[in-house]
Design a protein around this ligand. Structure first.
Ligand code: PLP
Length: 399
């Protein structure tokens, strides 16, 4: 195995966060001792069920809804798919049942900067994508012009996973209410949970997606908040768990771990936002000062606290990530799912960035465990790495 660097700065928390101690402690005994299926009738099954009910109460508190409005899923991707397909299929079924073709809304609409877990279902259903401005904020006039009585669902994320930009959800809700009378509002709050009061900021949404591993919980667990009055078609059919919306045996330890992490978020978010945004500002200001021809994307005053996102002119992200990894800085270029496949970022393209500049993007995402030492390490290695790559590129041109 390759030798590991002496120090490591993990600056990829938007891809996944470390499991917090409270979640790990809550999960360990469950995995070992409480293995009964929570749908059963014996004592151990009832005990499992109780743990899920307690977790549901916590998730309801953090998302600002009734416990019965929480649907446990296997993560953000499933929650997003359930919201979009579930709503559109339900409307299409209604249309079939009532024999009405044109008057039932079944068209999904989303912003052009959504995660692929929203974009692809919307594309698959022949939906509409709405543009953003240069800061990466949804264009509300463009949104209004795309909405009609045929719109079934509008999906606008609370915080973007590449730039960290927070979207004006209350204003989006107003536009939806006035221009799309049959639509419901979905918000992907996967990147917002650690930093924003989702209950307040997504309070106007009918559907909200979250994913545990983005806020200190385990991977493979998430939730979709579904307002009680709202009907969806399920993606998975079977035992009828979760109000029939998500069949399949519950991941009890995962659900309990997610709730434990959510409790930590409720208790510590305000202090963490203050602490981490100072570190983030130091990191971004330091890089802007040390590395010429660098562009910070978006508008920092409207980003979540952990998000730093920059584009370095004349550099390829892939090469930069490789160099900085070697000296202990772990980061990513675009979203976690698309790095590896070096497609240009659809988010930066929607913001009007050229392919060349977008090709030099770097996402440094801080989290609850990020320290001053992590920032110092990043500040000491990234400027050199960028300079080396630029020198290399100009040598190659001169040859
Ligand atoms: N939505 C957003 C905004 C994300 O950033 C991600 C993951 O990066 C997802 C959805 C998918 O979540 P999960 O990894 O839990 O499937």
């Amino acid at each position: 195995m390759a030798e590991l660097p002496a120090e490591v700065a993990y600056l990829d928390n938007a891809a996944s966060t470390p499991l917090c101690q409270q979640a790990a402690e809550a999960m360990a005994p469950l995995q070992r001792d409480l293995y009964a299926n929570p749908t059963g009738s014996h004592r151990m099954a009832r005990d499992s069920r109780r743990r899920i009910d307690d977790a549901r109460d916590v998730m309801a508190e953090v998302l600002g809804c009734e416990p019965g409005e929480i649907i446990f899923t296997a993560g953000g991707t499933e929650s997003d798919n359930l919201a979009i397909f579930g709503r559109c299929w339900h409307m299409a079924d209604l249309r079939g049942a009532q024999g009405v073709v044109s008057e039932q809304a079944s068209v999904p609409v989303c912003s052009a900067i959504e995660h692929h877990a929203v974009l692809e279902p919307v594309e698959r259903l022949g939906g509409i994508m709405v543009g953003v401005d240069a800061s990466g904020t949804i264009n509300l006039d463009a949104l209004a012009s795309e909405l009609s009585a045929n719109t079934a669902i509008v999906s606008v994320m609370l915080a973007n996973n590449e730039t960290g930009m927070v979207q004006p959800l209350a204003q989006v809700a107003e536009v939806v209410r006035s221009a799309a009378p049959n639509a419901v509002l979905h918000s992907d709050a996967v990147q917002a949970m650690a930093w924003l009061d989702v209950a307040a900021q997504a309070g106007d949404a009918d559907l909200v997606s979250v994913s545990a591993h983005k806020f200190g919980g385990p991977k493979g667990t998430g939730a979709l908040m579904v307002r009680n009055s709202l009907e969806l078609s399920p993606l998975l059919l079977g035992g009828g768990q979760e109000r029939g919306l998500r069949s399949g045996t519950h991941n009890v330890a995962g659900i309990v771990g997610m709730a434990a992490a959510a409790e930590v978020v409720l208790q510590s978010r305000a202090q963490q936002v203050e602490r981490v945004s100072i570190l983030r500002d130091r990191l971004v200001d330091g890089l802007l000062a040390k590395v010429p021809h660098t562009v910070e994307t978006g508008d920092r005053s409207r980003k979540v606290a952990g998000s730093a996102h920059l584009c370095f002119e004349g550099v390829e992200s892939e090469a930069l990530l490789f160099l900085i990894e070697d000296v202990g800085v772990y980061a990513s270029a675009a979203s976690s799912c698309s790095s590896g496949a070096q497609d240009p970022s659809h988010v930066l393209a929607a913001m009007g960035y050229s392919r060349e500049l977008a090709g030099g993007s770097l996402r440094l995402s801080l989290g609850y465990e990020t320290t001053q030492a992590d920032v110092d390490l990043a500040l000491s290695v990234i400027p050199d790495a960028v300079a080396r790559l630029r020198d290399h590129a100009s040598d190659a041109l001169a040859m």
